[in-house]
Design a protein around this ligand. Structure first.
Ligand SMILES: C=C(O[C@@H]1C=C(C(=O)O)C=C[C@H]1O)C(=O)O
Length: 176
């Protein structure tokens, strides 16, 4: 009798994914870019908070939402949370690197290149939000979101800092 969950078929008995799984996965992917942003800013004059760039991000997602037939204001609110969550990770890493200089990054990514990656994930997340408008308005949204968050937490091996930031990022996904 074959043992279930062996290396040959690791996902054979995996539970089905919640409709909101892509939303959570992309929110986590966007948060993963915060590590690169923090490394790009560490030891430079670039501040963690960049209000002009934030405005650009919010205007872009609102315009994309409009094109996709989603509610631009709703998408803006959700992205304010993505931005706050991103800064939680950056601040957490700055604190960690201040306390433990040996953990500080030794290479500095180019912020403009990292922002291109952020733009890509941002756009995919707006799409995922637009296609889950009905799921996000349903009474099942919160349990589905929690299930998806637990799955992504497990899949991505999120540490405490990224888990806390992910919870912040998902605050308004089911409405406020
Ligand atoms: C990610 C950055 O840091 C902050 C977070 C932003 C975001 O999540 O889009 C935008 C600007 C900054 O306030 C960045 O500077 O690009």
């Amino acid at each position: 009798v074959p043992v279930s969950g062996t290396a040959a078929a690791p996902h054979a008995t995996a539970p089905s994914l919640s409709a909101l799984h892509p939303v959570v996965e992309l929110a986590a992917e966007r948060l993963a870019t915060a590590d690169l942003v923090a490394a790009a800013k560490w030891g430079t004059d670039s501040p963690i908070d960049d209000p002009a760039r934030e405005q650009q991000v919010l205007d872009n997602v609102a315009a994309q939402a409009q094109q996709l037939g989603a509610d631009p204001d709703e998408i803006r609110v959700i992205f304010r949370d993505q931005i706050e969550a991103n800064k939680i990770v950056q601040r957490g890493l700055f604190q960690r690197w201040t306390d433990h200089p040996d953990d500080a990054p030794t290479t500095k990514p180019d912020l403009s290149v990292v922002r291109q990656e952020i733009n890509r994930v941002t756009s995919a997340l707006v799409e995922a939000l637009a296609t889950t408008t009905d799921d996000r308005g349903a009474v099942t949204c919160r349990p589905e979101l929690l299930l998806a968050a637990l799955q992504v937490h497990h899949e991505d091996h999120l540490d405490a800092l990224h888990t806390r930031a992910l919870a912040r990022a998902l605050r308004s996904v089911c409405g406020s």
